[in-house]
Design a protein around this ligand. Structure first.
Ligand SMILES: Nc1ncnc2c1ncn2[C@@H]1O[C@H](COP(=O)(O)OP(=O)(O)OP(=O)(O)O)[C@@H](O)[C@H]1O
Ligand SMILES: O=c1[nH]cnc2c1ncn2[C@@H]1O[C@H](CO)[C@@H](O)[C@H]1O
Length: 433
C-alpha cells in the first residue's frame, strides 16, 4: 500500500521495512494487507461529442443518466457510427472507475462485484472492460452471465457537460449469492452507487442490500456516491432515509447535494446531510470541493490556513482534525473544509467525466490507509483515538482535489498511472504552488 498525504518525513512509516532498533519489539516483517470492495453495473463508456440538438432528438436530458431500451440504443449507436462521432470506447461505471482509481493510487487490492459475459470475444465490450481495468482490481468474484455487459453512451456537449444513455444488457443481473460475505466483512470499505437502486425487478439491488447487511455486521464503512441529481430529485426522502439507515460516507456533487437537502449552498447541504451520515465529500466543479464530518471536541485541531467566510462563518477552523464517526466521539463536533481546484484546474477541460469519482477514490485511499496502518501498527499513537481516516479533513481535500485534476487533465475517467513520485511529500513545492 502506498500512502496518501504527507508520506516523506514525519508521517512516513514503511511498515514492511525492518527497523534495527525495534526489530525485537516488533517482529512484523510481512505487513497484513487490506482491500476495499465495491459493486457496480459493469459498463463500457462509448464516448461521443455531439450537439444539444442530438441529445434532444434522442429523447435524452442533458446531464442526466437515463436507461434506454434496445431499439433506442440501436438507433443511437447507428447514428453515432454513421457520423463517425465515437471518440473513445473505454471501461466505465462509476464504481468500476472508483475501484480502478483506488487501486492505481494505493497500489493495493480492490474487489469488484458485478457481472461479466461468460463467452468473451476478443475486441468485444466485455474484453475491453477487462483490458482497461487495473490488474490490482480483483475481478475473480464477477458473476458469469449469458449476454452482453452494459453500454453507457457518454455524450459530451460543447459546454463539457456529459449526458449518459444506458443500454443495460445484463449489467443488473448480479445476484446476492455472488457477494462474498468474508470479503465484504474484511474490507476497509464497501463502495456503492445510487444507480444500483434503479434496477427494477433485476437482482442487483438485492445484491447491494446483502452487501450492506454484511458490512454493517462487521462495522465496515458503507460509502455511497449519488450518481446524478435527476435520480435523487425523484424521491429525496427515500434517499435521506436510505443514507440515515445504511450509509457512513456520502459522496455527491453540489447538484446532487441540493436535490437531497434542498440547499443550493454546498456547505449548508453538507451541514444538513451530516445529520444522516458520518462523513461527506461534496465536489462543486470549478468551485473545488468540500468535506464535512465529525470529530472529537477534545482532540480537534485548529487550521493554520486562512479562515474562510461562508454560510457557516470561519467554517474551516478545525479542518486539521481527523474525521471520526459520531459513535467514536464522546463529544462529537462538526468540522468542514474546502479547497479550490488544484492550480485553478487544467488549462482546457473538454470533459469532466469521472472527476468526482477520482476525488472519491482518493478519500477511499485515505480510509484504507488508516485501516492498514492500524492493522500493522495497532500501538501507534495515531490509533489511540479511533478515526475513519488516516489524514485530516484539509489533507484529504488536497489529495482528492489533486486526483480530480489528474482525471480532468487526462480526458478519461480512469487514471492510467498513479500520481508522480515527486509528490511523495505533499508539503513540498508541488502543493504549495
Ligand atoms: N471547470 C473546472 N475547473 C476546475 N476544476 C474543476 C472543474 N470541474 C471540476 N473540477 C475539479 O474536479 C472536481 C470534481 O468535479 P465535479 O464536481 O464536476 O464532479 P462530478 O460532477 O461529481 O463528476 P462526475 O460525476 O463526472 O465524476 C472538483 O471538485 C474540482 O476539483
Ligand atoms: O447507471 C449507471 N450505473 C453505473 N455507472 C454509470 C451509470 N450512468 C453513468 N455511469 C458512469 O458514471 C461515470 C462517471 O461518473 C461514467 O464513466 C459512466 O460509466
Amino acid at each position: 500500500m502506498k500512502f496518501p498525504g504527507q508520506r516523506k518525513s514525519k508521517h512516513y512509516f514503511p511498515v514492511e521495512s525492518r527497523d534495527p532498533l525495534t526489530n525485537e519489539l516488533n517482529p512484523v516483517i510481512q505487513p497484513r494487507h487490506t482491500h476495499i470492495t465495491g459493486i457496480d453495473q459493469t459498463l463500457v463508456d462509448i464516448e461521443a461529442h455531439v450537439d444539444e440538438e442530438f441529445i434532444a432528438r434522442h429523447g435524452l436530458k442533458k446531464g442526466n443518466s437515463m436507461l434506454i431500451d434496445d431499439a433506442a440504443a440501436h438507433v443511437l449507436y447507428e447514428e453515432l457510427q454513421q457520423q463517425n462521432l465515437i471518440t473513445e470506447e473505454f471501461a466505465g461505471g462509476t464504481i468500476g472507475n472508483t475501484l480502478h482509481n483506488y487501486s492505481t493510487l494505493a497500489d493495493s487490492r480492490s474487489v469488484m462485484f458485478g457481472v461479466m459475459s461468460r463467452n468473451i470475444q476478443i475486441g468485444s465490450y466485455a474484453y475491453r472492460y477487462l483490458c482497461n481495468t487495473s490488474s490490482r482490481v480483483d475481478l475473480n468474484q464477477l458473476q458469469p452471465v449469458d449476454g452482453p455487459i452494459g453500454r453507457c453512451f457518454t455524450l459530451v456537449t460543447e459546454c463539457g457537460e456529459r449526458t449518459f444513455a444506458i443500454s443495460k444488457g445484463c449489467m443488473d443481473k448480479l445476484t446476492p449469492e455472488y457477494i462474498d460475505e468474508n470479503l465484504v466483512k474484511t474490507g476497509s470499505a464497501l463502495v456503492l452507487t445510487a444507480y444500483l437502486m434503479r434496477a427494477g425487478d433485476d437482482p442487483i439491488t438485492d445484491a447491494a442490500m446483502t452487501a450492506i447487511h454484511y458490512a454493517h455486521e462487521a462495522d465496515v464503512p458503507v460509502v455511497l456516491t449519488l450518481g446524478t441529481r435527476f435520480l435523487i430529485e425523484q424521491d429525496p426522502q427515500f434517499w435521506r432515509d436510505f443514507i440515515a439507515d445504511h450509509v457512513t460516507v456520502l459522496a455527491m456533487n453540489e447538484e446532487e447535494a441540493e436535490a437531497l437537502t434542498g440547499h443550493a449552498d454546498p456547505l449548508l447541504a453538507c451541514d444538513q446531510a451530516l445529520e444522516w451520515c458520518e462523513l461527506i465529500l461534496c465536489t462543486a466543479g470549478p468551485s473545488g470541493l468540500y468535506m464535512a464530518g465529525w470529530t472529537e471536541e477534545d482532540s480537534k485541531r485548529e487550521t493554520s490556513h486562512m479562515l474562510l467566510p461562508g454560510a457557516i462563518p470561519e467554517f474551516n477552523q478545525y479542518e486539521f482534525s481527523r474525521p471520526m464517526t459520531r459513535a467514536q466521539c464522546e463529544k462529537p463536533m462538526k468540522v468542514y473544509s474546502h479547497i479550490a481546484p488544484f492550480m485553478g484546474g487544467p488549462e482546457k477541460i473538454s470533459n469532466t467525466n469521472g472527476a468526482g469519482d477520482g476525488a472519491l477514490s482518493a478519500l477511499l485511499h485515505d480510509m484504507a490507509a488508516n485501516d492498514y496502518h492500524k492493522l500493522n501498527l495497532p500501538q501507534s499513537r495515531k490509533h489511540h483515538i479511533s478515526g475513519l481516516c488516516y489524514s485530516s479533513f484539509a489533507q484529504i481535500c488536497k489529495y482528492a482535489n489533486r486526483v480530480s485534476y489528474e482525471v480532468l487533465a487526462q480526458y478519461s475517467p480512469r487514471l492510467s498511472r498513479g500520481l508522480p513520485e515527486r509528490e511523495d511529500s505533499l508539503e513540498e513545492a508541488y502543493w504549495e504552488r
